[in-house]
Design a binder for this molecule. Structure first.
Ligand code: ATP
Length: 362
């Protein structure tokens, strides 16, 4: 069974801990993206799974077998790197067939397998060309074809699309996801691009400073971020993280005041111990409803910068109490610079973070 699991994996470079106690399991057929800012330990984690880097402690399991002491070749993994190198003097077909060379596959079988993956990746028409005579997108697909031709145990991708231009990246995301979803293999993809993770992953593992902060489906990490870091990292434009006054917590309802407006947010009844205090709340820019008049549950904010985004407009505004917020409204709203807006924050889409930035969930 194609599975990947890491248990309490740590990597130290001298005194520096690049990965700390990482736990992750990837099921057969599942695509998990490791997502996080530069230097957070994504590539090191991937390299430990591949065997290109040894774990300082913890276990790396592939197909249920502990792999820590096995060399990369013995792990039966196919890896696609950001800087894949194709052999320039070999045709596309010969490049794809290369991994089979070392496996003693018969010429007929080789031809059949290359034909099959070329078909999956829409490369049949360019099999006889040299890499110098195909497009960047086709080269990327050759790199993927070369990885899947061997039918390995699982796949590892390190920033596979970062070399491509925006448009090509967009179409390749869908194509790679389509190919992977038919292969029943455990796959880990490293990326720093949240859009890539949100569109390609079945689950996303979000890392910061060597720690996996949250693992969840794209919807979970967006709708239920575990902490302030995940909340701020996922979602464009970024979630507003502002200070609010927590008045009370009773029967699973937190009563807060944000910029003069009362907010009643459903929270886990177990957190009734929270004392009245200043807390951080998170409100997505699309969770403010603009209304025509000030009311009991509205906040007031002045538009300071307007950024048209096509069908929507992003407004940078300053509230009465001096909070800088981002608000997204439909283009038809036609807000002007300097305009005073009345906004109703949606309590159902507001997150409370307490206790060092941890989400207080319903
Ligand atoms: P990026 O997206 O920039 O590639 P990353 O999240 O993949 O970042 P890693 O490459 O895993 O991050 O690096 C994690 C940390 O470990 C970084 O601070 C990096 O400088 C450090 N590091 C990585 N490899 C080594 C090494 N061989 N020796 C010392 N430090 C290293």
């Amino acid at each position: 069974m194609s599975t990947i699991e890491i248990r309490k994996v740590t990597k130290k470079f001298g005194e520096f801990q690049a990965v700390k106690d990482a736990d992750l399991s990837v099921k057969a057929g599942e695509v998990v993206c490791l997502l996080g800012p530069s230097g957070c330990g994504k590539t090191t984690t991937l390299r430990m799974i591949a065997g290109l880097e040894s774990a300082t402690s913890g276990d790396v399991l592939i197909a249920g077998q502990r792999m820590n002491e096995l060399s990369p070749e013995k792990r039966d993994i196919a890896m696609v790197f950001q800087f894949y190198a194709l052999y320039p003097a070999l045709t596309v077909g010969e490049n794809i067939a290369m991994p089979l060379h070392y496996e003693g596959v018969s010429p007929a079988e080789k031809k059949a397998r290359v034909g099959m993956v070329a078909d999956i990746l829409h490369l049949t028409g360019v099999l006889d060309r040299l890499p110098g005579h195909i497009s960047e997108g086709e080269k990327q697909r050759v790199a993927v074809a070369r990885a899947i031709v061997r039918d390995p145990n699982c796949f590892l991708f390190d920033e596979p699309l970062s070399r491509l231009d925006v448009e090509l990246r967009h179409s390749m995301r869908g194509q790679i996801k389509g190919v992977l979803s038919n292969l029943s293999k455990a796959t880990v993809i490293v990326t720093h691009d949240q859009l890539e993770a949100l569109t390609m992953a079945d689950r996303i593992a979000i890392m910061r400073d060597g720690v996996i902060e949250q693992v969840g489906t794209p919807h979970e990490v967006f709708a239920k971020p575990a902490n302030v870091f995940v909340a701020s990292f996922i979602g464009t434009p970024q979630m507003n993280l502002v200070e609010a006054d927590l008045r009370s917590v009773k029967d699973g309802k937190a009563e807060l005041t944000f910029d003069g407006a009362p907010l009643a947010i459903t929270v886990n009844p177990a957190v009734s111990a929270l004392k009245p205090s200043k807390v951080t709340i998170g409100i997505r820019p699309r969770a403010f409803a603009p209304v025509s008049k000030a009311g009991k549950s509205t906040i007031t904010a002045m538009a300071e910068l307007i950024e048209p985004m096509g069908a929507e407009t992003l407004i940078h505004a300053r509230t009465k109490s001096g909070n800088d917020i981002r608000v997204v409204v439909p283009r038809e709203k036609r807000v002007k610079m300097g305009e005073v807006m009345h906004l109703e924050p949606d309590a159902a889409q507001t997150h409370v973070f307490a206790d060092g930035g941890k989400a207080v969930r319903a």
